[in-house]
Design a protein around this ligand. Structure first.
Ligand code: FE2
Length: 203
């Protein structure tokens, strides 16, 4: 079944706005009887009324159609809430500031759960001049390798894609404090916080 405006959605939103059926009817140019029918499931508003209805009810068209009132959460860049999605088929990497619905190669991707490093995935972060030099002592064979390193800070993300036979290392220009991620094609995602540092040493 497809989704269309439900009787409950109209009623709940109308009452939230403290509108009478008549007031809503007038706002969208129908009779109060029509509104009453929509709210009792005996009729559906015409598609041409979707926009005026959303405007009168103070919601977006998407909210009216799905019945879910959404707020702009402005997912701030909390690096601990960063979500990585990796396609198990082609290795494509998707980064999101929060959870979302992504698919690749016909697969619905699931967010990888980042873990603290274990003995085999111990991320080393060293400062080399104005860069973080990130390494991990890990195989880089075709079957078992690191697929990327990432540096996530509140103001952005940098991903360095890795390939088999390459060095298991990456360099990132040092910016705000954040989190370094490493992803293994077999063992998943690991993370460590960036080391404490002083951006501009005092003379
Ligand atoms: Fe591994």
């Amino acid at each position: 079944m497809g989704t269309y405006i439900t009787a409950d959605t109209i009623k709940v939103l109308r009452e939230k706005r403290a509108l009478t059926q008549r007031a809503l009817a007038e706002a969208v140019g129908v009779t109060d009887k029509a509104v009453s029918k929509w709210e009792s499931g005996r009729g559906l508003p015409d598609i041409s009324l979707v926009e005026p209805l959303a405007a009168a009810l103070g919601v977006s068209v998407a909210e009216l159609l799905t019945g879910e009132v959404r707020r702009n959460a402005n997912r701030a860049g909390n690096p601990l809430r960063a979500k990585f999605y990796v396609c198990p088929i082609c290795g494509n990497v998707v980064y999101a500031f929060g959870e979302g619905a992504f698919s690749c190669c016909g697969v619905n991707l699931v967010p990888l759960e980042a873990e603290e490093p274990d003995g085999e995935h111990c991320i080393k972060v060293e400062r080399v001049e104005d860069e973080w030099y990130v390494t991990l002592d890990h195989p880089m064979t075709k079957d078992h390798f690191l697929t990327f390193f990432a540096y996530v800070a509140p103001d952005g993300v940098t991903i360095k894609k890795l390939y088999p036979e390459q060095e298991a290392g990456a360099r990132f220009r040092i910016g705000m404090s954040g989190v370094i991620y490493a992803c293994c094609n077999r063992h998943g995602l690991f993370r460590v916080p960036t080391p404490k540092h002083v951006l501009h040493a005092r003379p």
